[in-house]
Design a protein around this ligand. Structure first.
Ligand code: 9D3
Length: 258
């Protein structure tokens, strides 16, 4: 029996431990956890409650709606998580006030060997817990969800993909969309004709140079149209400009044929 250290050890503080089966049991991430390349320890703050109701939250000082997760409860749960995976772990809290997760942050977190994620419910965490224990607060975007669990799972997935060996041979994380700053190009598979719509001829041509050009042109076109913020270009420079021209994709160009 070969027992080897996981390359990336996660712990998560959550009131909903079973929710994390979504990451550890299914698909690409499921394989990473089931193979032992990644590992997850779940720690339920409910276990640290001291009253007979199992309370982990209380009303905010100063008044206002909602409840706040209590620092002593979170601290005790974090202590147990540190015992489980190691005191040198980096501690991340999932929070709408955090820095926004992107490919660059996910890639840098994948360089760590131990990460503790704090997923909250209610309105948030006692600030003293954040200041004493949390290294970084992370948001997953400018929209509200009902708790930190889905954001924590999203982060685990995005980070695990950067761990060598997690992706099969299909492709590397570095080849993915966003890593090269471009959206994916359109893709097609059989059948060649679907309800009268044909697959673009170039993709059937066997001309790998032309195919690579077509794909890059369409990636640039999609990014210009939908996510110009990803490009940081004012305009398309050569030789990409020639590619777009070749496939009639220049912006504002209604095409030579119309
Ligand atoms: C910003 C909304 N808050 C204003 C009163 C209340 C609130 C709503 C939902 C506070 C926390 C939450 C739960 N959300 C998260 O824990 C969370 C989150 C999110 O809602 N959006 C984006 N990223 C994240 S990371 C954690």
């Amino acid at each position: 029996m070969s027992m080897t250290e996981p390359r990336l050890q996660f712990a998560v503080l959550t009131l909903f431990p079973e929710a994390f089966d979504a990451v550890t049991r299914w698909g690409v991430t499921g394989r990473a956890f089931e193979s032992g390349l990644c590992a997850l320890h779940v720690q339920n703050p409910r276990d640290e409650a001291t009253d007979r109701h199992g309370s982990v939250d209380d009303r905010p000082y100063g008044g206002g709606p909602g409840m706040v997760m209590q620092a002593p409860i979170l601290s005790a749960a974090l202590g147990k998580a540190r015992l489980a995976i190691g005191a040198d772990a980096k501690v991340l809290a999932l929070s709408p006030q955090g820095v926004k997760l992107d490919a660059k942050l996910a890639q840098s977190l994948a360089l760590e060997s131990k990460l503790i994620l704090v997923a909250g419910r209610y309105e948030g965490f006692d600030q003293r817990f954040i200041e004493r224990e949390v290294d970084l607060e992370v948001s997953v975007g400018d929209f509200v969800v009902s708790g930190g669990e889905l954001p924590a799972m999203l982060l685990m997935d995005a980070v695990a993909r950067w761990v060598p060996g997690v992706l099969g041979h299909e492709c590397s994380a570095a080849e993915d969309s966003f890593s090269d700053g471009l959206l994916d190009c359109p893709q097609y598979t059989r059948p060649e004709v679907f309800q009268g719509d044909r697959v673009p001829d170039v993709l059937l041509s066997g001309d790998h140079g032309a195919i690579a050009d077509w794909r890059r042109a369409h990636s640039i076109k999609a990014t210009l149209d939908r996510r110009p913020d990803l490009l940081g270009w004012e305009e398309v420079a050569e030789p990409d400009r020639k590619l777009l021209e070749k496939w009639d994709l220049l912006p504002g160009d209604r095409g030579r044929h119309s």
